[in-house]
Design a protein around this ligand. Structure first.
Ligand code: UFG
Length: 327
């Protein structure tokens, strides 16, 4: 049994990981400022309401709960917003990590699993994307995740580091029982927006950003990974950092992909509703194709996705949203 401080534990992925930790007998302690997380998503352990940029709040949490490791999800995550508020993104995503590593140092806690992103690669030409691919972010958000990775690597210069940085591709889906799922406000992600149209909760038509990409149907292709699979990858990463020294940067995806149109077709199949759309200009910063090379995750973490078919993702996402929206 391990006790884990889960920053961002009231958020979408953090809450799923807390649930998975509790299910195997570990003790999650959620640490979240509730700026975008939800108190009702914290169901598997205590919630400490605090900000990762507050050394006092962190020190108190470490003293009270004496965690064995940290899983660090708390971050600003909207690509578009980051372009408008670069300083806020650097402050929260990079300043927040510096603050957290400081508190971990004071408490003598080393193991950390860090939420990174495929956004560190920018718009790579070589597909599927290997971890060794040049990091060339095309957004402020991606820059902050890249900077955080550099910091983790540098922390290892003088010390036995114990980190795994997971580079997520497109997290999607919800818990199969409909209990927890994606609840961003405002929502910019494709799947929840498509389901909102399907549910008739407005807007009437989905905005489809770009149909002239170099893909099989002209719309962007993404590697959607079910959040339950993503949580399993985190548990494997946690076991690794708890076991000993580790410096690993690792993709978490499926290596399969779906285009925007394929996602919409699947959403129509699953919901039984029509999802009308209008073609809009390309969204700035959207690469045509993001697809993970997955062999490192398999070799180093023993991770393989189980629930990440696009139909399973949409079935679980729809189950969650239909329950939440009472449709
Ligand atoms: N899209 C639409 N209409 C919408 C929403 C999205 O057409 O209403 C399109 C986007 O243009 C994109 C695709 O659907 O082509 C997927 O968009 P999402 O917003 O769902 O996801 P992203 O691929 O943009 O975002 C993901 C992660 C980010 C990460 C980013 C890196 O969620 O954290 O990849 O590019 F930074």
């Amino acid at each position: 049994m391990a006790r884990i401080l889960v920053t961002g534990g009231a958020g979408y992925i953090g809450a799923h990981v807390c649930r998975a930790l509790a299910a195997r007998g570990d003790q999650p302690v959620a640490f979240d400022n509730l700026s975008s997380g939800h108190q009702h998503a914290v169901q598997w352990g205590p919630l400490v309401t605090g900000d990762i940029r507050s050394p006092a709040a962190l020190d108190q949490a470490f003293q009270e709960y004496k965690p064995d490791a940290v899983m660090h999800f708390a971050a600003s995550i909207e690509v578009g917003e980051g372009q408008q508020k670069p300083q806020q993104y650097w402050d929260n995503n990079v300043g927040g990590l510096i603050s957290l590593l400081g508190a971990m140092g004071r408490a003598g806690v080393k193991p950390i699993v860090f939420s990174s992103s495929c956004a560190v690669y920018g718009a790579p030409s070589s597909i599927p994307i290997r971890e060794s691919e040049t990091r060339a972010p095309v957004s402020v958000y991606g820059q902050t995740k890249h900077a955080a990775e550099l910091l983790l690597a540098d922390m290892a210069l003088n010390d036995d580091a114990r980190f795994v940085a997971l580079r997520y591709f497109n997290a999607a889906g919800a818990s199969p029982d409909g209990e927890i799922g994606e609840e961003h406000e405002p929502e910019t992600h494709l799947i929840p927006n498509a389901l909102k149209v399907a549910a008739g909760l407005g807007p009437d038509r989905l905005k489809l950003f770009g149909s002239d990409y170099d893909t099989r149907d002209g719309t962007c292709l993404r590697d959607y990974i079910h959040v339950v699979d993503l949580a399993a990858a985190h548990l494997a990463a946690l076991d690794r950092v708890l076991a000993g020294p580790s410096q690993l940067f690792c993709n978490v995806g499926t290596g399969q992909g779906a285009t925007v149109l394929e996602v919409l077709q699947a959403a129509e199949r699953i919901t039984g509703a029509r999802i009308p759309y209008d073609i809009h200009p390309r969204r700035p910063g959207d690469p045509a194709v993001l697809l993970a090379e997955t062999s490192l995750a398999k070799a180093q973490l023993g991770f393989q996705p189980r629930f990440s078919s696009i139909d399973q993702i949409l079935t679980d996402a729809w189950n969650f949203h239909a329950r939440k929206w009472r449709v």
